[in-house]
Design a protein around this ligand. Structure first.
Ligand SMILES: *[C@@H]1O[C@H](CO)[C@@H](O)[C@H](O)[C@H]1NC(C)=O
Ligand SMILES: *[C@@H]1O[C@H](CO)[C@@H](O)[C@H](O)[C@H]1NC(C)=O
Ligand SMILES: *[C@@H]1O[C@H](CO)[C@@H](O)[C@H](O)[C@H]1NC(C)=O
Ligand SMILES: *[C@@H]1O[C@H](CO)[C@@H](O)[C@H](O)[C@H]1NC(C)=O
Length: 676
C-alpha cells in the first residue's frame, strides 16, 4: 500500500515541471532513484557524515548584509544597513572598498572610462596591497568579463578562489558555477550545499517565503513591458489603486500591500515598518493572513521586539479562521519550546493539521520530523515522500532537503548532478539575489550602464535570467556607450563576443530563446565565424525545448542542405512540427511547404533557382523589385517573391517577438494583461 502511494506521488512529481524554476527543469524521479534501504536506516554514507543542521532553525534572523559579506547593499540600500549596523563595525578598509565600488558604478553610469580606470586601480590596490578579499572578488569579476582588465579566465578563477576561501560568498557562488559548467560535480556540490544552506537560513522560519525571481526584462527581442510595469513599485498604477482601496478600508488590500512591503515585492523596497503598520490595520478588520504574518514577525523579532506569547496568540487567531498554514507556526513554537512547553506530540498534530488541509509547509515539516525522528520513529522514506509533495508545491526548503538526500544518498540514490541542480536553485534564492533588484531599479531609471554591470555580475554567479538580461542589453543598447571593454569602451567585436558568451551560458541552462540566438549568430556569422553546423546544433537544442522557430529553421536548413544533410522529407517533417507547436506559424509554414513542393516537383527548374537566389538578393531587394519584378511584370516571380519575403519576414518577426521563454505554449500575440 505504501509502495503504491509512493509511486503515485513520484509520478505526479515527474509530470509537473517545477514552476519555481526560471528555466524548464523537470525533475523526473523513478523507482530507480529510490534506494533500497530500510526505512529506518541510520547510515548517512560512510565517509560523509551528515552535517547536523537544525531544520527548524533559530528564530534569530541575521540581517542580509551579514549573510552576504562584501555585498554592495550599503551602496544601494544605505538606510537598511545603517539601522542595523553598530558603530563598532566601522572599518576604514571597508569604507575604501565601498567608495571604490561606488565610484566604479557611477563611472559606468556616466560613461566615464577614465574614472572607471581610477576606481579599478583603487580596487586592485585594496586587493593586492591589503589583501581585501571583497576587492579580490570584484577583480575576479573584472577579469572574468574583460572590463578594464584583459579577459582572463584563469586569473578570474584565482581571485574568486581566494576571495571565496576568505568568506566572500558571491565568489563562492562564482566558483561553484564554474565547476558546475565543467561538470565537476564533486566540487560543485560542496560549495552549492554550503550556499544553499545560507539561503535557506535567510528564508522565513515557519511560513515559506515567496519566491523572488529576478525579472526577465525582455521577452525575446522586445522589452517585457508587462513585467517591467509590475516592477515599478509605488509608481505602478495597479499598486496605487490597491493602496487607495487599502486606505478606504479594504482589508484584503491592506494585507497585500503589507505583504509587498514585507518581502520587497513588485519593485518596492523592503520596509518592515510599513508592513507592520498595514498588517496591524488589517487584523483590526479580522484579516487572517495578516494575523499569521504578525505571528511570524513576532516570532522572528523582525522590526519589533520578539515576543513568542504574542506570536502564538496571532497564529492561534489565524488558525481559528481556518488559515491552516498558521498551524505550522504553532507547531514550530512547540518543537522549539518557544514561549510554550516543548511538546513534540502537539507539534506533530499541528503540522498534520496543516498538511491534511493541503498546506505545503505542513508536508515539509512532517518530512523534517520524520527525517530526524523528532517525536516520531525515524523514517527516511516517508520523509522523502513528504518533501516531494512539498517540492511539488514549490517549497524551496523542500528542494533543499531533496538535494541533500541526493547528495548524501539518504532515502534517494546518490546522484550528484541532481543534487547540484537542486542546490543551485536554492542557493540562487540567497541574499545575493538582491543584485537583480538593484539592476532592475537602475534599468527602470534609464541607467542602462549600471544595470548591465549588475546583471553581468549576477551572470557570473550563474543566474540564467541575469545572463540573458545582460546579453539582451548588450544587443539592444549596442550604440550606447555603456559597454566597458578591456581598455576603454567595447569594440564591436568585444561586445558581440561578450553577448555571444552570455547567450551561450543562458542557453546551456535551458533558455531556448538564447539557443535560438546562438543559432542565428552562427547562421548569419554575427559575433562569430559563420558556421552552419554549429547553427544547426544550437537550433537542435532549442528544438528540444519545443521552439517552433528553431524547428522552422532546421527545416529550412535541411531544405537547403546548410549544415544539415539536404533532405526534403526531413525538412517537411520539421515544418510540420513547427506548425503543431505554434499555430501562428501556419502562413510561413505553408509558404515553406509550397517552396518545398516546387523544389521536389520542379527540381532544377528556373523557379528553384529563383528561390535559391533570393537570400543573396535580399540586401538589394529594392533595386531588384524595381528593375526586375515590376518592369517585367512577371506575375509568377512576383507571387513567389512575396511569399518568400513573408518567410524571411517571419524569421525576423519571430526573433523580435518570440520571447515568452519558458512558456512555450502561450500564444505569441500579446494577451491582455491579467489583472494583478
Ligand atoms: C546612518 O548612520 C550615520 C552614522 O551612524 C548617521 O549619521 C546617519 O544619520 C544615519 N542615517 C540614517 C538614514 O539613519
Ligand atoms: C509579550 O506579549 C504578552 C501578551 O501580548 C505580554 O503580556 C507580555 O508582556 C509581552 N512580553 C514582553 C517581554 O514584552
Ligand atoms: C503534549 O500534547 C499532547 C496533545 O496535545 C498532550 O496530550 C500532552 O499532555 C502534552 N504533553 C505535555 C508534556 O504537556
Ligand atoms: C516570367 O519569367 C519566366 C522565367 O524567366 C518566363 O518563362 C515567363 O515567360 C515570364 N513571364 C512573363 C509574363 O514575362
Amino acid at each position: 500500500m505504501q509502495k503504491y502511494k509512493l509511486t503515485l506521488s513520484l509520478l505526479i512529481f515527474s509530470l509537473l515541471p517545477l514552476s519555481l524554476l526560471a528555466s524548464p527543469f523537470v525533475l523526473v524521479l523513478s523507482q530507480d532513484d529510490l534506494k533500497d534501504i530500510p526505512s529506518t536506516a541510520t547510515d548517512a554514507g560512510p565517509a560523509e557524515s551528515q552535517p547536523e543542521w537544525d531544520e527548524f532553525g533559530d528564530s534569530d534572523s541575521k540581517p542580509e548584509h551579514e549573510l552576504d559579506p562584501g555585498s554592495w547593499r550599503p551602496i544601494f540600500e544605505p538606510d537598511a544597513v545603517n539601522s542595523s549596523t553598530s558603530e563598532s563595525n566601522f572599518d576604514p578598509e571597508m569604507e575604501q572598498y565601498y567608495s571604490a565600488v561606488e565610484k566604479m558604478l557611477s563611472a559606468v553610469s556616466d560613461g566615464e572610462v577614465g574614472v572607471m580606470e581610477e576606481s579599478v586601480a583603487e580596487i586592485e590596490e585594496l586587493a593586492s596591497a591589503k589583501g581585501n578579499l571583497h576587492a579580490q572578488s570584484v577583480l575576479g569579476f573584472l577579469y572574468g568579463s574583460g572590463q578594464i582588465k584583459e579577459r582572463n579566465k584563469a586569473k578570474a578563477f584565482l581571485y574568486h578562489y581566494f576571495a571565496a576561501e576568505g568568506g566572500n560568498l558571491q565568489s563562492k557562488l562564482a566558483i561553484a558555477y564554474t565547476y558546475y559548467r565543467q561538470h565537476m560535480y564533486e566540487k560543485a556540490v560542496k560549495l552549492y550545499a554550503e550556499l544553499a544552506e545560507v539561503a535557506v537560513n535567510s528564508f522565513l522560519i515557519s511560513k515559506y517565503s515567496p519566491v523572488i525571481e529576478p525579472v526577465r526584462i525582455h521577452n525575446g527581442a522586445e522589452e517585457n513591458k508587462e513585467a517591467l510595469r509590475k516592477s515599478r513599485g509605488e509608481d505602478d498604477d495597479v499598486f496605487q489603486i490597491l493602496e487607495y482601496q487599502a486606505q478606504k478600508g479594504n482589508a484584503a488590500a491592506m494585507y497585500k500591500i503589507g505583504y509587498f512591503y514585507y518581502f520587497g515585492l513588485r519593485g518596492l523596497r523592503r520596509d518592515h515598518t510599513k508592513a507592520l503598520a498595514w498588517f496591524s490595520k488589517a487584523v483590526e478588520k479580522g484579516e487572517p493572513k495578516s494575523m499569521e504574518l504578525l505571528g511570524e514577525i513576532y516570532a522572528r523579532g523582525a522590526g519589533v521586539e520578539r515576543n513568542y506569547t504574542k506570536a502564538l496568540e496571532w497564529l492561534t487567531l489565524a488558525a481559528k479562521q481556518q488559515l491552516y498554514s498558521a498551524y505550522n507556526g504553532m507547531g514550530y513554537l512547540y518543537v522549539k519550546g518557544y514561549g510554550v512547553g516543548k511538546n513534540y506530540t502537539k507539534a506533530k498534530e499541528y503540522f498534520k493539521r496543516a498538511a491534511d488541509n493541503d498546506d505545503a509547509g505542513g508536508h515539509y515539516n512532517l518530512g523534517v520530523i520524520h527525517l530526524k525522528g523528532i517525536g516520531v520513529k525515524r523514517d527516511v522514506k516517508l520523509a522523502c515522500q513528504y518533501f516531494i509533495v512539498a517540492a511539488n508545491a514549490g517549497q524551496p526548503k523542500a528542494f533543499y532537503q531533496l538535494a541533500k538526500m541526493f547528495h548524501m544518498g539518504v532515502g534517494l540514490k546518490k546522484n550528484l548532478p541532481m543534487a547540484v541542480g537542486l542546490y543551485k536553485l536554492v542557493a540562487e534564492r540567497g541574499p545575493w539575489n538582491s543584485l537583480s533588484r538593484w539592476a532592475l531599479e537602475s534599468y527602470l531609471k534609464g541607467n542602462v550602464g549600471k544595470a548591465s554591470l549588475l546583471y553581468s555580475r549576477m551572470a557570473e554567479l550563474g543566474y540564467e535570467i541575469a545572463q540573458s538580461n545582460a546579453a539582451w542589453i548588450l544587443d539592444k543598447y549596442a550604440e550606447h556607450s555603456m559597454c566597458v571593454g578591456e581598455s576603454g569602451f567595447c569594440s564591436d567585436s568585444e561586445r558581440h563576443q561578450r553577448a555571444h558568451s552570455l547567450w551561450w551560458q543562458a542557453s546551456e541552462q535551458g533558455n531556448e530563446h538564447a539557443a535560438l540566438l546562438i543559432g542565428d549568430a552562427y547562421y548569419y556569422g554575427r559575433g562569430t565565424e559563420r558556421d552552419y553546423e554549429r547553427a544547426a546544433e544550437a537550433y537542435m537544442h532549442a528544438k528540444s525545448q519545443s521552439n517552433a522557430q528553431a524547428m522552422f529553421n532546421l527545416g529550412y536548413m535541411h531544405e537547403h542542405g546548410q549544415g544539415l544533410p539536404f533532405d526534403l522529407h526531413l525538412a517537411k517533417r520539421y515544418y510540420d512540427q513547427a506548425l503543431e507547436i505554434n499555430s501562428a506559424a501556419k502562413l510561413p509554414v505553408t509558404l515553406a511547404l509550397t517552396s518545398l513542393w516546387i523544389r521536389k516537383n520542379y527540381a532544377d527548374s528556373f523557379m528553384v533557382h529563383a528561390i535559391d537566389s533570393l537570400p543573396e538578393l535580399y540586401p538589394r531587394i529594392e533595386a531588384w523589385v524595381e528593375n526586375v519584378v515590376l518592369e517585367e511584370g512577371n506575375a509568377t516571380i512576383l507571387t513567389l517573391f512575396v511569399c518568400l519575403l513573408t518567410v524571411l519576414y517571419f524569421r525576423g518577426r519571430q526573433r523580435r517577438n518570440a520571447g515568452e521563454v519558458g512558456i512555450p505554449d502561450q500564444p505569441i500575440e500579446h494577451a491582455p494583461p491579467a489583472p494583478n
